[in-house]
Design a protein around this ligand. Structure first.
Ligand SMILES: NC(=O)c1ccc[n+]([C@@H]2O[C@H](COP(=O)([O-])OP(=O)(O)OC[C@H]3O[C@@H](n4cnc5c(N)ncnc54)[C@H](OP(=O)(O)O)[C@@H]3O)[C@@H](O)[C@H]2O)c1
Length: 304
């Protein structure tokens, strides 16, 4: 059992550090929706945090303080997944700085990636990621964009044996790679799959999401807002009346479409703004759209 697993106590401590529940309308008794990781049964909160570009900042007290506020909000609301990569320039170092500044590492589920060629370079990169993030154990190590998959998955499994990594995964962000991902998932059986899926990019629900369910692979969703394009598509529009029962904002509308898919374990919207983090976290609570409502959401976005 890892020393870094999510515990209610740690989350409460993070919440206490904030002084109050950070989300309007959410009481302390309400818990964020969680989903089990099929490989272990460990529960993962459905709303996490992506760090691509938004955590690529200088390690100044001001920049680290503002990113720490976002992480504190995540932990205070019962979330824990933070996704990064050595490809995201300074992001891993910034996560390390946030942990050094006192954010509770044990309350986080840190997911990073290996993005290089060859066994030695991969091991070196994974070791460096752990150093940069000031952590002994990385919760999830993913092969970034299927780069040298077989070689890195072998190393990841060896590092799992040593207790340095808890889970293995594969990622991609384009529908054009879904066939290759499907092949790799069948061949290598990772414990996690990270893919793009949103109201604007629904290709994953044809084959990959059902496959993950069938094989018992946890699914993390990237690009939930299509890197922000979905907000531009609804600019100037009011949230429809029929969506107000489950969403208080466009962000929650988009995220709840994703987490209401039964194969999805967690979604990782990226943000540089505390008010957007609050908004995103709100999607982890309350009602989720049912199958008929999901069809209505697809139709609505298709007509934009
Ligand atoms: N190959 C891979 O493994 C891969 C590829 C792509 C992405 N990812 C992971 O997935 C994460 C998410 O994907 P992404 O970063 O491409 O895009 P995204 O999460 O779909 O969109 C991020 C954009 O949405 C804005 N935003 C966030 N919350 C908002 C809100 N509530 N209201 C309005 N705007 C909001 C952010 O701007 P503000 O800063 O203004 O909030 C940012 O510009 C990445 O950060 C990364 O961790 C992995």
């Amino acid at each position: 059992m890892s020393p870094h697993r999510w515990t209610r106590r740690n989350v409460l401590l993070a919440g206490a550090a904030l002084g109050s529940m950070p989300l309007a309308g959410i009481t302390r008794e309400q818990r964020m929706i969680t989903r089990p990781i099929p490989a272990s049964g460990e529960q993962l909160p459905v709303i996490g945090l992506g760090t691509y570009s938004v955590f690529d900042v200088e390690s100044t007290p001001k920049q680290i303080g503002s990113r720490r506020e976002i992480v504190d909000l995540l932990l205070g609301a019962g979330g824990n997944v933070i996704d990064t990569s050595p490809m995201y320039n300074r992001s891993e170092r910034v996560i390390g700085d946030i942990i050094s500044s006192g954010a509770p590492r044990d309350a986080m589920f840190i997911a990073t990636k290996v993005w290089t060629d060859g066994r030695d370079a991969g091991i070196e990169q994974m070791t460096r990621s752990a150093d940069l993030m000031n952590t002994d154990v990385i919760d999830l190590m993913q092969v970034h964009n299927l780069r040298d998959t077989e070689v890195h998955l072998q190393s990841i499994r060896e590092l799992q044996e040593l207790g340095k990594i808890r889970y293995s995964g594969l990622t991609h962000y384009r529908a054009g790679a879904h066939d290759a991902l499907e092949k790799s998932v069948r061949e290598y059986r990772p414990q996690f799959l990270q893919i793009n899926y949103s109201l604007a990019e629904r290709e994953a629900d044809r084959r990959l999401l059902p496959l993950a369910q069938e094989l018992g692979v946890a699914v993390i969703i990237n690009r939930p807002y299509q890197a922000g394009s979905l907000f531009r598509a609804v600019r100037g529009r009011e949230l429809p009346e029929w969506a107000r029962g489950f969403a208080a904002s466009w962000g929650q509308f988009f995220l709840k479409f994703i987490i209401s898919h039964p194969a999805v374990t967690c979604v990782i919207p990226a943000t540089s703004k505390p008010q957007h983090m609050r908004d995103n976290l709100g999607a982890g609570f309350g009602e989720l759209p049912d199958a008929a409502m999901r069809e209505r959401m697809i139709e609505f976005v298709g007509e934009l």
